[in-house]
Design a protein around this ligand. Structure first.
Ligand SMILES: Nc1ncnc2c1ncn2[C@@H]1O[C@H](COP(=O)(O)OP(=O)(O)O)[C@@H](O)[C@H]1O
Ligand SMILES: [Mg+2]
Length: 357
């Protein structure tokens, strides 16, 4: 029996994604656990969490040792939950523990590395915001910019900046909509930027022209390893943000539009050419990432399409949300089997091979 632990900051046994994996696990020699890195005792290395009961098909509170395989589904807010993050880092160093995927580094390291390879032409120019002057110079030149935390996710901490004569308009997304402020005074803007820089490390990018009828949109592609360990595309769909919005994250209220539906509604772009280009990019991307960083299991790839139909690799997530796919009619058992199949794959690789002669 293999032991696979789902690592999450919110080990909620009623979460349908976890119970879905539980249900599917019955046809695998896999004993499933669910726990938070915060519930691992650093002294005893014991864990308080849940074990999926194979007889009753429900999660039961349990105490157990560190499972040999881990499926990391922890999400951190930029700069927060440092303790849990440190535990996960520690787990990754343990020789008797194998992660199904080891995740990706922050957006800046990712950019710098991918810049060195064949995908460089698809990366929007990105720089690190080190001094306020980096941003003011950028704005003087480009008039518009997006800044985002290097370790952000779900559209957190993304600011759209635009010059308007001597003023600078700063917009960001809050729970109840867009918050906008106009700085008429450059010193005031500098103080604001310095305050932001104290909280997070930011990246600067030009704002890609990703709007249709004043609503931002992008293409989200979900890839994962199949039963044989080969990368496959599981799903693609468009995300369509709010009018005058900045974000296309579904967590910030963007609408989900099935791929074919979007294409039918927007016949003008040269889809066949773009699809060929995408195919090429996707055939390189997962392997390129694994070669430059470490083994991965799943990828959520944000593709931005410019007004001139140019394709941009905007953001790559190693722990993609599954909501979009479930709404998109992807069979949830197919999704649940991704970590289970991969666990079996890894365990067959590590099993001592029998010599036949
Ligand atoms: N340079 C950019 N130009 C236009 N829109 C952007 C840009 N950067 C980010 N966005 C918008 O913000 C969203 C979130 O940014 P992203 O880089 O994907 O970070 P994350 O999803 O990790 O928060 C994107 O999906 C896109 O809608
Ligand atoms: Mg994103």
């Amino acid at each position: 029996m293999n032991h696979l632990g789902i690592l999450t900051l919110n080990p909620d046994p009623t979460n349908p994604f976890y119970s879905g994996i539980g249900k599917e696990s019955l046809s695998y020699p896999i004993c499933l656990h669910l726990f938070s890195p915060e519930d691992l005792s650093p002294f005893t290395e014991g864990i308080e969490g849940y074990t999926y009961c194979r007889e009753s098909g429900v999660w039961k509170e349990d105490a157990f040792r560190i499972p040999e395989y881990l499926y990391d589904r922890t999400y951190y807010q930029a700069g927060k939950q440092q303790q849990a993050k440190a535990v996960v880092q520690w787990l990754k160093q343990q020789p008797h523990v194998t992660f199904l995927g080891y995740g990706l580094p922050n957006k800046w390291v990712l950019y710098e590395e991918l810049q060195k390879g064949p995908l460089a032409p698809y990366l929007p120019g990105t720089r690190l915001l080190k001094e306020v002057e980096d941003l003011t110079a950028f704005l003087n030149r480009e008039e518009e910019a997006i800044i985002k935390p290097v370790d952000g996710a779900h559209g957190f901490g993304i600011y759209h900046l635009r010059t308007n004569g001597p003023s600078i308009i700063v917009r960001t997304t809050k729970k109840d909509g867009i918050l906008s402020h106009t700085f008429h005074n450059r010193d005031e803007f500098k103080r604001f930027t310095l305050r932001l820089m104290k909280k997070h490390t930011f990246l600067i990018q030009r704002r890609l022209e990703n709007q249709v009828q004043d609503r931002p949109y992008d293409l989200r592609i979900h890839m994962a390893k199949d039963q044989n360990g080969n990368w496959q595309e599981y799903h693609r769909a468009f995300r369509y943000g709010h009018p005058e919005g900045i974000l296309t994250n579904v967590s910030s209220g963007a609408e989900y539009v099935p791929y074919d539906e979007w294409k039918a509604a927007h016949p003008a772009p040269p889809w066949a050419v773009m699809e060929e280009e995408l195919k090429e990019i996707l055939s390189i991307l997962p392997l390129e990432l694994e070669e430059r960083f470490s083994p991965l299991l799943e990828l959520g790839i944000d593709i931005t399409i410019g007004a001139d139909h140019s394709i941009w690799l905007l953001d790559i997530n190693s722990k993609p949300g599954h909501k979009l796919m479930q709404t998109g009619g992807i069979d949830s058992s197919e999704l649940s089997r991704i970590p289970l199949d991969h666990c079996m794959n890894l365990s067959s690789q590590s099993a001592p091979t029998r010599s036949d002669h």
